[in-house]
Write a protein that binds this ligand. Structure first.
Ligand SMILES: Nc1ncnc2c1ncn2[C@@H]1O[C@H](COP(=O)(O)OP(=O)(O)OP(=O)(O)O)[C@@H](O)[C@H]1O
Ligand SMILES: [Mg+2]
Length: 294
């Protein structure tokens, strides 16, 4: 499926659909009569184990969609289901299920640090969930090893690089054993090295820990390796397909204010000269395809 201008529900039937939005709208109240329509009749399913990139211009509704996924906000219209539980539930066990299944990592790692020693920071979440002490110790060890920060466990997080801090923030969420992780521009404040580090961790969480990933970003090269890219525009879903399909739609992407990777631009320029390149994601694939053409 490609452009979804009419917000048709997207179904991939291979695996279990763990997140489902049915005709969801969300309006931020301004006063008793007016509001800002941030999401407009969005329907969407995400299957277990997928790596989904969510992109779109500033104000297109990405963070609003993210917050709906673990019940931080509730839809004005429509329904959000997480592992079958409706986020509007009054049932405590469903609320617990939704909050514990979907973890969120935000843009600024400094705002996500709580304790002055790394291992205490990571233990904080499971402690709050009432996890037994021995299990917390195991989880802290596991989470630190997954993000490659075991050696720093006794250090303070405040002196780390941006990328390292963000890896600690990811470990802190991981220690709560979520099945889905939503990264809301978690690479936005990082330099290229930090961004690469964090992207590597996010991919390993998806591939090795089977965590479903929803990665919100303005860096379009971070679509590479994703199963699926969803583009939002003015509160609606306007594209849902593989990265290589988006990379071929230069004018559409520009209209959605997306800065596609350079290979997409060159593909576009070649297309204008009558040279049709195959769908590729990476620079290596692009070079190979070009060599074959030559
Ligand atoms: N707390 C709020 N109160 C009122 N309006 C809000 C609030 N948060 C977001 N909005 C509005 O809702 C719309 C969607 O915002 P949202 O933050 O979801 O967009 P976004 O795609 O995440 O943007 P960005 O790329 O800048 O993070 C925008 O028009 C925004 O101004
Ligand atoms: Mg946002």
């Amino acid at each position: 499926m490609q452009s979804v201008g009419n917000n048709i529900a997207v179904c991939y039937n291979k695996k279990m659909q763990i997140i489902e939005l049915r005709n969801v709208s969300y309006e931020y109240p301004i006063d008793s009569e007016n509001g800002i329509m941030a999401l407009d009749n969005v329907s969407l399913s995400i299957e277990e184990g997928q790596f989904v990139v969510l992109c779109g211009a500033n104000g297109s509704g990405k963070s609003t969609l993210a917050k709906l996924l673990n019940g931080l906000i509730l839809p004005t219209k429509g329904s959000v289901f997480v592992y079958g539980a409706n986020t509007v539930t009054q049932d405590d066990s469903d609320i617990y299920k939704i909050r514990s299944k979907v973890g969120m990592v935000f843009q600024n790692p400094d705002n996500q640090m709580i304790a002055s020693i790394i291992e205490d920071d990571i233990a904080f979440g499971p402690e709050n969930l009432g996890v037994p002490r021995e299990e917390i110790i195991k989880r802290v060890e596991w989470a630190l090893s997954v993000v490659g920060m075991s050696a720093m466990r006794k250090h303070t997080p405040f002196k780390l690089s941006g990328g390292q801090k963000q890896r600690i923030a990811i470990a802190a969420v991981l220690a709560m054993r979520p099945s889905v992780l939503v990264f809301d521009e978690s690479t936005a404040m990082l330099d290229p090295k930090g961004r690469a580090e964090v992207m590597q961790v996010i991919h390993s969480l998806n591939k090795e820990q089977n965590i479903t990933v929803i990665h919100i970003t303005h860096h379009m090269e971070e679509c590479i390796g994703a199963d699926r890219v969803i583009v939002m525009k003015e509160g609606r879903l306007v594209f849902d397909d593989k990265p290589e399909v988006l990379f071929r739609q230069y004018d559409f992407a520009k209209d959605c204010k997306l800065e596609l990777p350079v290979i997409a631009y060159i593909t576009h320029l070649l297309g204008q000269r009558g040279i049709v390149m195959p769908e590729v994601q990476t620079e290596e694939e692009f070079a190979e395809a070009l060599c074959r053409l030559l």
